[in-house]
Write a protein that binds this ligand. Structure first.
Ligand code: HEC
Ligand code: HEC
Length: 223
């Protein structure tokens, strides 16, 4: 075997190794973070230092810019997403860069940030759509989504399932474009078919409907 082919084989072996390390990293980070005690006050310090530029001082997000609200989001969902951004399993160059600094990119920081954000005061309101297809949105939500995302789309800490009630309209609409990947191995085929068959207007109705549910807004917190 020539030196060149040995080199190529070595490269393939190394790439397989690094691909494996990356896929193994998010669950590993998550398990490490979940085993630690949370310090929400420290999470607040980290949040104010690194995150307000995009998610806002109160973590209420920015509707038109498709930046999600984080205040009141499910603790373990936030934790899992931070682990996935860190392991580069979830795409977003903005987020991957934002959690790169050494004081953020570690399990204790993820734990503290998730604890702070899940307890932070919810936004008074979210951005909505134009209200034209709300009836259709509600029907789709009840048929395909309520079983997991729950009545006010408050999600749950089990799977974990994110709260999407009161999440900003454009952000949810943008996330619906990758519905099959986002829900891979989780939803039944009929739900995938239901979402694939939605027209752009119906997708807007669905995102508009969920944006008006109250899980992530102060109206929901009062219940
Ligand atoms: C430069 C802008 C920017 C900064 C700074 C930033 N984020 Fe983000 N963040 C985003 C964007 C954009 C998204 C949506 C990514 C997508 O569309 O998938 C996001 C998504 C998230 C999500 C996923 C929410 C969900 O509902 O799935 C979490 C959690 C998050 N950010 C936490 C943080 C934390 C904690 C910090 C600070 C350490 C931070 N972000 C700093 C832009 C930013
Ligand atoms: C079998 C349970 C299940 C069903 C049914 C389901 N989801 Fe989800 N959904 C999840 C889980 C779990 C996640 C989190 C995935 C992850 O961690 O990346 C999620 C994530 C999402 C997100 C991303 C939220 C964010 O903050 O970025 C949106 C939007 C969403 N679902 C909308 C829907 C809609 C709309 C429906 C119905 C058409 C639906 N889901 C049906 C379990 C479900």
């Amino acid at each position: 075997m020539s030196c060149r082919s040995i080199g190529i084989l070595l490269l393939i072996a190394l790439c397989a190794e690094c691909a494996h390390a990356q896929t193994a990293r998010a669950p590993e980070l998550l398990a490490q973070a979940r085993a630690l005690a949370a310090d929400a006050e420290h999470g607040k310090i980290l949040y104010l230092k690194h995150c307000t530029g995009c998610h806002g001082h109160q973590a209420w997000g920015d509707g038109p810019k498709q930046i999600p609200a984080l205040a009141g989001q499910r603790e373990f969902y936030v934790l899992r997403q931070l682990a996935r951004f860190a392991a580069r399993e979830r795409d977003s160059s903005l987020m991957q860069e934002s959690i790169h600094p050494a004081d953020v990119n570690r399990p204790q920081a993820f734990r503290d940030l998730a604890a702070y954000l899940s307890r932070a005061s919810r936004s008074p309101r979210s951005d909505h759509g134009d209200g034209r297809a709300l009836g259709m949105g509600e029907r789709t939500y009840r048929r395909g989504c309520i079983a997991c995302h729950e009545q006010s789309a408050e999600g749950s800490d089990g799977a974990p399932i994110p709260a999407i009630g009161g999440q900003h309209y454009y952000y949810v609409l943008h996330r619906l474009q990758s519905f099959p990947t986002l829900h891979e191995g989780r939803v039944e085929k009929d739900v995938l078919r239901l979402v694939a068959a939605l027209s752009p207007d119906e997708q807007q109705g669905l995102a508009d409907y969920t944006s008006r549910l109250t899980a992530l807004t102060a109206a929901g917190a009062a219940h």
